[in-house]
Design a protein around this ligand. Structure first.
Ligand code: ADP
Ligand code: MG
Length: 422
């Protein structure tokens, strides 16, 4: 895939109406609907400010959550959840949509920008059309949740065209959504010149650079819960990396495959032969593959469990590995010390419990001290690095969980592929 895409800086935006796809899929309090983190809104500010300061009229849009775009899909979902079909009313559906309005995002965005954010109560309906038509350079309009339109997730050309018709240029800055071919993330690019915003520009520059022309040695640290969810990443990185470090729950499938006993640790039996294939592939390619030699085992999946340090391939019955052990931790930290680039995806242990966060924390600290380019991809890995206080010490923390995974798998991202090449 070509990562070298035109950006807002390569085109003239002055006097133009710009359709800007943002990632305003913010976390909300389940009860009150209040925005619990405005990180994603803050992340969109540089591109919004750039466009406004350069004389564009900005028509911003985003999805929020997973609304049922029609009453029929709402009923279907509720029945799947075990509700009685006869009890489901249109009112319930309308209430469920109200919870996913972007109106609170418009309010927060306006506070952060220090200027009015006009809000349209629909995506391509009469309100959006009228407000977009009246929009002046330097003004910003936010459309309602794109997923309120049933054509959004189906990448319906009619919806894409209706959105595109309101503007003269499309700017994509929603890296968290580029792995989806939806009307607002990819479809619109068929009808408008399409370039990246500053957020995606950085993602492509840093992640794309690490994959296509890394400063070597390139060390990939892979952890998290399951081998099965990281197969594509391991496979792709085996062709690119110099060293691959395995931690987290997936390590026990490797240990079991190599004849070890792993007690109650996370184990995906069906993936054992795959793990052995990976070990062989690494050998054949001359990639250093580091597996944990010791483990912090717990007698229970709980923050206050009893623990002992045991060899990863000899975990006693009734115990489960929840973190890498001290010998492994030291070896992994040493491996990143002289790296040129480090890509980290997946925590080393159950970092949500402080007792089992030590491996992840030590690796984060080692990354903060190396001179290497350090890149964090994956939602939980980003959360771990932030929670442990190392976020500002990394070169780049990807803003797209699923998107960064697909990027590392070497997959083509529809929301990137649709942008104009440099
Ligand atoms: P990411 O979102 O960064 O791609 P994953 O979703 O693959 O990461 O994995 C994150 C989860 O893996 C965390 O919730 C963590 O608790 C879990 N995990 C890590 N190590 C273990 C382990 N040894 N046993 C069980 N779960 C683990
Ligand atoms: Mg995750």
């Amino acid at each position: 895939m070509n990562y070298n895409k035109k950006t807002v800086k390569d085109v003239d935006v002055a006097g133009k109406k710009v359709l800007l796809r943002c990632d305003f899929n913010v976390p909300q309090d389940k009860k009150t609907g209040a925005i619990t983190s405005d990180k994603r809104i803050v992340a969109a500010l540089p591109t919004i400010r750039y466009l406004l300061n350069h004389g564009a009229a900005v028509i911003a849009c985003s999805h929020l959550g997973k609304p049922a775009a029609t009453f029929e899909t709402y009923v279907k979902k509720q029945v799947e959840k075990g509700k009685n079909q006869a009890d489901i009313t249109r009112e319930d559906w309308e209430k469920s949509l109200k919870k996913l309005t972007l109106a609170p995002v418009a309010k927060r965005l306006s506070e952060l920008l220090g200027q009015e954010v006009i809000f349209a109560t629909d995506v391509v309906g009469a309100d959006a059309q009228a407000k977009a038509a009246a929009l002046q350079p330097g003004q910003i309009l936010l459309l309602e949740n794109t997923r309120f339109e049933k054509g959004e997730t189906k990448n319906d050309p009619a919806l894409a065209k209706a959105m595109a018709d309101m503007a003269e240029l499309y700017v994509s800055d929603a890296f968290g959504a580029v792995h989806r071919a939806h009307a607002s993330t990819a479809g619109v690019a068929a009808y408008l010149p399409a370039v990246s915003g500053l957020l995606i520009e950085k993602e492509l520059r840093v992640l794309g650079g690490a994959i296509s022309d890394p400063k070597r040695p390139l060390v990939a640290i892979l952890g998290g819960s399951k081998v099965s969810s990281k197969i594509g990443v391991i496979n792709n990185l085996l062709d690119i990396a110099d060293t691959i470090i395995i931690g987290g729950g997936m390590a026990y499938t490797f240990a079991a495959a190599q004849g070890g006993s792993v007690g109650n640790s996370l184990l995906e039996k069906d993936w054992e032969s795959y793990a052995l294939d990976m070990v062989e592939k690494a050998k054949a390619k001359g990639v250093k593959l580091l597996l944990p030699v010791d483990t912090v085992a717990a007698d229970n999946y709980a923050p206050d469990a009893n623990t002992q340090i045991v060899p990863t391939r000899a975990i006693p019955d009734g115990w489960e590995g929840l973190d890498i052990g001290p010998e492994t931790t030291a070896a992994y930290c040493a491996a990143v010390a002289d790296a040129g680039t480090v890509i980290w995806n997946g925590p080393m242990g159950v970092f949500e419990f402080p007792t089992f966060a030590k491996g992840t924390e030590a690796v984060a600290e080692a990354l903060s001290k190396t001179g290497a380019i350090t890149i964090i991809g994956g939602g939980d890995s980003a959360a771990a690095v932030e929670q442990l206080g190392y976020a500002d010490k990394m070169t780049h923390i990807s803003t797209g969980g699923g998107a960064s995974l697909e990027f590392l798998e070497g997959k083509e991202l529809p929301g990137v592929a649709c942008l104009l090449d440099q």
